[in-house]
Design a protein around this ligand. Structure first.
Ligand SMILES: Nc1nc2c(ncn2[C@@H]2O[C@H](COP(=O)(O)OP(=O)(O)O)[C@@H](O)[C@H]2O)c(=O)[nH]1
Ligand SMILES: [Mg+2]
Length: 737
């Protein structure tokens, strides 16, 4: 089906022609028929010779009813321009044509009526000349008489050609049905009618009635007096609505699909004609069957023809929609077309923002692409982009919640976030980090998920340190590049470290000195953690210890028990030398420490998967350190500062983290297997052999907690990761933060 609206001066024979073509009466009202004057829209339809059905929306020609005319022409894809042979070109011929042009309607026909009363030649030439200068361009012209029937077969044939040339609309397009009539039928309830330009409406579907967005369920559909289960545009449709009282719908409202349109009062548009010199403060805006008042502000110079509209009432719009603007006081004189470029434009706050916006939008196409809108907005939800009516594929979202970002803006935000976090760390070096909410507010981001997504980005190549989210806080991690190899000699005591060896984001000197003192204390007795009094004396409170631990300079076993980084490796090594399993007292002795340290340290090792606590409270070592690997890795500069090197090695690297610290304790190897750096009794035995059989491999993977001698570390499948998570932040790589 196609829908064609009539257009032309009053009394030129539009209604008579529709009647002659369809055999139906387009003047619905008794008053119209009594006065012989179309006041409101009329509807009639016919089958063309090729079987295609055409519905006509017959519009009033009188200047007083131009709004009704616009409501009828608005959603129609094609027009039948009517000029009387004996009347010629008239004011409303011109006004209707200006409206058609402003709406950008490109398909039409010229019918020169009343050709039984005068030679159609002059009127035809005159009208074609006017039409050719509009969006209609060159059209076919047919001379007809509604009274004698002359020319009607030629007109039908021309209609076949016109309809065949019309674009086929997308049946999956978002539904927007502008209501042009509303009434109630006894027993059925509320009915609305309209021209559906595209998309599909199905019985049972729920649409929203604008502007209230009240839900309306489609109870029944009729198209050209026939009921249907669904109807696709272009079509004239009558919808029986459930949930909407009969007195609610009115012409100008629309039924729309949820989530596919933007209700807006603020628009940026491109004017299709130059702006007349004098305009009233408010213009009437027409779109579809709707009209409202709008203020117009030019963005930049008049040449760019870009304007911002502020509407009295919100309308459901898309980018690319065509609007008509009219000076209500100067009938027929001022009619402007406008193409919607942005349905949710940003506020113009800064000086010069309007001109800048004008310049930017002047370069846009009439149907902006997702990249255009993203460049302007920086960040948009994918759902908002869809509701704007933007076509074309969207870039991948930057968050799980569906935010899309302009690449340049996103990179800039990442840079700003890095600066923000660095500035915060400079202001308060012991702070755990910057709360993401504070970063969100400072960067004026609409969603915290964006801050988290930014923090996960690798950041610029030249950034001094990696940014990350650690324990819910934003902070700078370790510097990316290891410092040059001019390291102090291994034997150098920590306190002798030259200040130059400290990383750029080092701890405050006071804290660094205290940490050096603790490490010096621990150098002789690695498991004699300093007493609370000693920590107090050094000024190491919870914040300072936390900062040092985060920097990988101390290993924090509990709030108050700190050891040198790598102490767990030393502990594992010492405990591996005990007969397995061992008691806490044996462990305490082997470690040369007190219960105060031994018990929390063992629990720490349990959590790290280095030891395993058995039901009888004894423990066994699950993983032992691989010393040679460690040393060679250390030399190559890729060893892990996450506590896996010997304390002496760590102290040399005070404040300097390593790259490439693995998440898992790769330096720990399976005890007693052939790959172990320090093989103990036995060897690999059946463990690996059994691990190689699929059944055993599967079973082994699931019984890590078997008896110590059998299901010990060497029984774990080789593919099994010994430790899923490091025991603390010191084990994390900078980019894991
Ligand atoms: N002789 C003659 N009269 C016509 C023709 N078409 C319309 N009329 C008359 O012109 C008058 C206005 O016609 P109408 O269809 O109401 O014009 P509209 O205002 O454009 O809809 C009516 O009296 C019609 O009977 C025609 O082709 N020949
Ligand atoms: Mg009429």
């Amino acid at each position: 089906m196609q829908v064609i609206a009539t257009a032309g001066h009053v009394d030129h024979g539009k209604s008579a022609l529709v009647r002659a073509l369809t055999g139906m009466e387009p003047d619905r009202w008794a008053e119209e028929r009594r006065r012989g004057l179309t006041i409101d829209l009329g509807f009639a339809w016919m089958a063309l010779p090729d079987g295609e059905r055409v519905a006509f929306v017959d519009v009033p020609g009188h200047e007083r009813f131009v709004p009704n005319m616009l409501a009828g022409v608005g959603p129609a894809p094609a027009v039948l321009v009517v000029v009387a042979a004996d009347g010629g070109w008239m004011p409303q011929s011109a006004e209707h044509l200006a409206a058609i042009d402003a709406m950008g309607i490109r398909h039409g026909l010229l019918a020169v009526t009343r050709c039984d009363l005068a030679d159609p030649g002059p009127a035809t030439r005159q009208a074609l000349e006017h039409l050719s200068r509009t969006s209609l361009g060159a059209v076919e012209a047919v001379a007809v008489s509604a009274v004698t029937g002359a020319g009607l077969p030629e007109l039908r044939a021309a209609l076949v050609r016109l309809v065949a040339a019309l674009p086929r609309p997308d049946a999956a397009a978002p539904v927007r049905l502008w209501v042009d009539r509303s009434f109630s039928i006894r027993g059925s309830g509320t009915v609305v009618t309209g021209t559906l330009p595209a998309g599909t409406i199905r019985s049972g579907q729920e649409l929203l009635l604008t502007p209230s967005l009240r839900p309306a369920r489609i109870r029944g559909i009729e198209s050209l007096n026939q009921s249907a289960a669904s109807v696709s545009g272009v079509a004239r449709v009558a919808l029986n609505l459930r949930g909407i009282p009969a007195d609610v719908p009115a012409r100008g409202m629309a039924l729309v699909e949820a989530g596919r349109w933007t209700m807006t009062k603020l628009l940026d548009v491109r004017l299709t004609q130059p702006l007349p010199p004098r305009l009233p403060p408010e213009l009437t805006l027409h779109v579809g069957s709707a009209r409202t008042l709008t203020r117009l502000r030019l963005l930049g110079s008049a040449d760019t023809a870009i304007a911002r509209l502020t509407l009295r009432e919100a309308l459901p719009l898309h980018v690319g929609d065509r609007l008509l603007l009219r000076d209500p006081g100067s009938a027929g004189v001022t009619i402007l077309g406008a193409t919607v470029l942005d349905v949710a434009p940003p506020a113009l706050v800064r000086r010069g923002a309007a001109a800048a916006a004008g310049r930017e939008l002047a370069a846009w196409p009439d149907l902006p692409a997702p990249a255009d809108l993203l460049r302007r907005h920086g960040l948009l939800r994918a759902s908002a982009v869809t509701a704007m009516g933007v076509t074309g594929s969207l870039p991948p979202p930057v968050t799980a919640s569906g935010w899309l970002a302009d690449p340049a803006r996103w990179a800039e935000l990442r840079r700003q976030l890095g600066e923000l976090v660095a500035a915060h760390a400079r202001r308060d070096p012991l702070a755990i980090g910057l709360p993401p909410e504070a970063a969100r507010a400072a960067l004026r981001l609409p969603d915290r998920a964006l801050v988290e997504a930014l923090a996960r980005l690798p950041g610029p190549q030249d950034a001094p340190a990696q940014l990350g989210l650690d324990g819910g806080y934003l902070r700078l991690g370790e510097p990316r590049k290891p410092l040059p190899a001019q390291e102090p000699a291994p034997a150098l005591p920590p306190a002798a470290l030259p200040p130059a060896a400290l990383p750029p984001a080092a701890l405050p000197p006071r804290v660094a000195a205290a940490v050096r003192a603790v490490l010096a204390d621990l150098a002789g007795a690695p498991f004699m953690a300093p007493e609370a009094g000693r920590l107090r004396e050094l000024g190491l409170d919870g914040r300072a210890i936390g900062a040092a631990a985060r920097a990988g300079l101390l290993l924090r076993i509990t709030e108050q028990i700190v050891l040198a980084p790598g102490a767990e490796t030393e502990a594992a090594r010492a405990l591996a030398g005990l007969p397995q399993p061992f008691t806490a007292a044996e462990a305490r002795q082997a470690l040369g420490t007190t219960r105060r340290v031994a018990i929390p340290l063992l629990e720490y090792l349990d959590r790290a998967g280095i030891t395993q606590r058995l039901p009888d409270d004894r423990r066994r070592v699950r993983l032992t350190p691989a010393l040679p690997t460690l040393r060679s890795r250390k030399k190559s500069g890729s060893a892990c500062i996450g506590g896996l090197g010997p304390p002496s090695a760590q102290t040399r690297d005070l404040g300097r983290p390593y790259e490439g610290c693995p998440r898992t304790h790769k330096e720990f190897q399976h005890d007693r297997c052939g790959r172990s750096a320090r093989p103990r009794t036995g060897g690999c035995g059946g463990g690996h052999l059994r691990g190689a059989s699929p059944r055993a491999g599967h079973a082994v993977g699931r019984r890590a907690g078997g008896p110590p001698d059998r299901a010990g570390p060497h029984l774990r499948g080789p593919e099994e990761r010994p430790v899923q998570r490091g025991p603390g932040p010191a084990h994390r790589r900078p980019d894991d933060l």
